[in-house]
Write a protein that binds this ligand. Structure first.
Ligand SMILES: Nc1nc2c(ncn2[C@@H]2O[C@H](COP(=O)(O)OP(=O)(O)OP(=O)(O)O)[C@@H](O)[C@H]2O)c(=O)[nH]1
Ligand SMILES: [Mg+2]
Length: 419
């Protein structure tokens, strides 16, 4: 049974229905079969039961009658509420975050992803232990009262904290290893694919980079590992494209932070491609969620290209037109059908070109090593012969210029920069 709550006038019933649709998708991904959904309108949340006592009894009858063995709330439950509800319903009760963590745990494949998920689970558990402890100490007459319950929880908290710090250390080690591996990539502009889960990021990665081999599926959180591939744009213009873990509504950003590899790719990227599932009825809210999450994890720049994906799945041509009217800057594509991908490549090219600088170099004709180096590593725009010299005008990304300059120096001490 899925339970959604509309608690404020801003969340209309239709919105709650959409949220439950997403929760059903999550439940399905986790392997649960949805039997029934229930939407409650409540202004006040009961601290002990979340719902009203009468409602709990009513739902209890339905649960018994339909032999339901799992109830999932779309809202975060306090440990007390979860415990009370489990007792009343005589079955397992999960909240949204726990369900997402469950999915992460089942889907994590690499050891890094597994550790990241465990860290996320423990980070989720820790404040709940604190809350439980506060709750118990209140019952016993205020903070500071020593009791067996408190001692047990303090021990648990210490164990959890220890494990968290071990995991953080191990993950930092992996991150350092990763930095070493990507050091030679420095200088190449980096682009990260970001977006709501299931928007089509991995499908786009596969469509743009042959042999990318990214796992794409009609499931939430198909990707839990980042992967980076070289995307060839034009001659000597490449960017590094990274696929990342999707975002979702009401995912505490602390949990996103546990996915350090995703966070790093997003924060180190020169710019982001925000992939949006334009065929989803709630895509505008998803756009807001992604923008919000990016802010929360510390993306301060506005180097973001918005890409509307799955346009092949929009049946109404008027809807497509209004989309391009409302978002004139955005690019509409279909990653699955390969529609309009060239326009996207051009947009990325143009974006990267803004950071390209032009240089002119005069070299001796016999310096063919240097000349061919420039052809290989920069975009040669012009080449003139003047007596014994060749004057080459080339263009390269500003991040790559220091490298190129060093190589030029090493290859030919005599070469002189004209401009
Ligand atoms: N109709 C249509 N479906 C698409 C398109 N692009 C992707 N899909 C489908 O959307 C589903 C999700 O695609 P993914 O590429 O796994 O999405 P993702 O953004 O990587 O998702 P996560 O890794 O789960 O965050 C898959 O079933 C894809 O086949 C498209 O252009 N049109
Ligand atoms: Mg993916």
């Amino acid at each position: 049974m899925l339970v959604g709550v509309s608690s404020s006038p801003e969340t209309t019933r239709k919105m709650v229905e959409e949220y439950l649709e997403e929760l059903a998708f999550l439940a399905d991904t986790a392997g649960a079969e949805v039997v029934t959904r229930s939407i409650q309108e409540r202004k006040v949340i009961d601290p002990a039961w979340f719902l009203g006592k009468g409602k709990v009894e009513e739902l209890g009858h339905i649960i018994e009658g339909a032999e339901i063995d799992l109830v999932i709330f779309d809202e975060e439950l306090s440990p007390v509420q979860a415990r009370n509800l489990e007792k009343a319903f005589e079955c397992k009760v999960l909240d949204r975050t726990e369900l997402i963590l469950q999915i992460f745990a089942v889907r994590a494949k690499s050891s890094q992803a597994k550790m990241q998920v465990e860290l996320a689970q423990l980070e989720y558990l820790l404040p709940r232990l604190t809350r439980l402890w506060t709750h118990l100490s209140k019952q016993k007459g205020g903070i500071g009262t020593k009791g067996p319950g408190e001692t047990q929880i303090e021990t648990d908290r210490r164990l959890v904290r220890n494990r968290i710090s071990i995991l953080k250390k191990k993950l930092a080690g992996i991150a350092r290893q990763h930095d070493i591996q990507t050091r030679d990539r420095q200088g190449t502009p980096r682009v990260a694919l970001v977006g709501y889960t299931n928007a089509g990021k991995s499908t786009l990665m596969n469509a743009l980079c042959p042999n990318a081999g990214a796992y794409a599926e009609d499931r939430l959180f198909a990707t839990l590992d980042t992967r980076t591939r070289r995307l060839q744009l034009k001659l000597n213009k490449t960017v590094l494209l990274s696929d990342t873990v999707g975002f979702i509504r009401k995912l505490p950003h602390r949990l996103v932070e546990c996915f350090r590899s995703t966070l790093d790719e997003v924060l180190q990227a020169d710019f982001l491609l925000h992939i949006i599932d334009a065929s989803h009825p709630g895509f505008e809210e998803q756009v807001q969620v992604v923008r919000q999450t990016l802010q929360e994890i510390g993306v301060r720049h506005a180097n973001i290209i918005e890409v509307f994906n799955k346009i092949d799945a929009i049946e109404d041509p008027a809807a497509l037109r209004s989309l391009s009217l409302r978002y004139p800057e955005a690019i509409c594509i279909s990653a699955a059908r390969g529609l309009n991908l060239n326009a996207l490549r051009h947009a990325v090219s143009d974006y990267v070109a803004r950071d390209y600088r032009e240089r002119t170099l005069r070299v001796h004709v016999a310096d063919y090593h240097l000349i061919s180096y420039l052809y290989e590593h920069a975009e040669v725009l012009d080449r003139r012969q003047e007596d014994e010299d060749v004057v080459i005008t080339y263009r390269a990304h500003q991040n790559r210029l220091p490298d190129i300059d060093t190589r030029i120096k090493a290859l030919d001490e005599g070469a002189s920069n004209v401009a």
